[in-house]
Design a protein around this ligand. Structure first.
Ligand code: NAP
Length: 275
């Protein structure tokens, strides 16, 4: 079975459109805004930010793109975030990851008002989510959970193996799967005998950032395979060869996790408008 993120994301956007119309009416015609901050000129990040802005407009929200030079300091970025926190029309703030090395990314993420943290990047939001509280989840793992639930993939009692432990993807993914009563293993760059863990996965999530890092020969027959990676040439973090004959369900690349990330960001922005 193909876990069609593109299709589900389109469905979610359709549902959001009418909600946004009602919100705009209630605001007397004022259109709520998602601010998107891009620091520097990384072409992939610029594409992602543009796609997020386009998705906003498709559902009837406004996007406020904020472009800052690659030489921006932590203090300058913090000042911009505080300005957006104070702007009542800005309902959500997205700071595109990664930021240039001289910036303290964690400090800047954590400066985002929790009520506007629609990308789910603050440490406080992460902590609350891990405790099972209702807060905005990190958009990519939350989108993955939405996709799995849409296709009625059972998670309870299953062994989920997450390869990657970044703060925006691997760790929140593991916490969300744990909250769904999966038994979770997290692998990372210091994991020994990584293929042995991959082989045990009922649910496998590739979040490594290396093209085709996980080989299909290591995947258990019948596993559910989620590939969060996207690289030049349309490949992900997991090898594609024979995947359809090994996995019981899998996300395509492209058209799997990527569209769900954007749909989740927009969904959470609409939720923020209702606060
Ligand atoms: P990241 O911050 O670079 O983290 C990569 C993780 O992979 C780290 O935890 C790292 O381990 C681990 N890793 C690196 N090399 C490894 C190795 N040889 N063996 C085992 N683990 C290794 O990346 P990210 O932001 O989480 O993104 C991961 C992937 O998801 C990328 O392909 C990215 O493009 C994709 N992504 C997609 C979306 C989307 O919307 N579709 C959104 C975000 C990310 P250490 O912690 O030990 O260094």
């Amino acid at each position: 079975m193909i876990l069609d993120g593109k299709f589900l994301a389109t469905q979610i956007e359709q549902e959001l459109k009418s909600q946004v119309q009602t919100i705009v009416q209630k605001l007397g015609g004022k259109i709520p805004v998602l601010a998107t901050i891009l620091v520097g000129e990384d072409p992939s990040s610029a594409t992602y930010v543009k796609m997020k802005g386009n998705a906003c407009r498709r559902v009837g929200l406004d996007s406020l793109p904020v472009f800052l030079p690659g030489s921006t300091t932590t203090e300058e970025l913090l000042a911009k975030i505080l300005e957006l926190n104070a702007n009542p029309l800005v309902k959500g703030i997205l700071l595109q990851h990664p930021v240039p090395k001289q910036i303290n990314e964690r400090e800047c993420f954590d400066a985002i008002d929790l009520k506007k943290d629609v990308d789910g990047v603050t440490a406080l939001g992460f902590g609350l989510m891990s405790m099972g509280e209702r807060v905005y989840g990190s958009a990519t793992p939350k989108g993955i959970i939405t996709l799995l639930e849409h296709y009625n993939i059972p998670l309870e009692g299953k062994h989920a193996v997450v390869v990657g432990r970044s703060a925006i993807l691997g760790k929140p993914m593991a916490a969300m799967l744990l909250n769904k009563n999966s038994t979770v293993t997290i692998c990372h760059s210091k994991t020994q005998n990584l293929p042995d863990f991959v082989k045990q996965a009922d649910i496998l999530v590739g979040a490594v950032g290396i093209p085709q890092f996980i080989k299909t020969e290591c995947i258990k027959k019948g596993a559910v395979v989620i590939d969060a990676g996207y690289h030049n040439g349309g490949v992900g973090d997991i090898q594609k060869e024979n995947l359809e004959s090994i996995a019981s369900a899998y996300t395509p690349v492209p058209g799997g996790v990527g569209p769900m990330t954007i749909a989740t960001l927009i969904q959470q922005t609409v939720e923020a408008c209702l606060l």
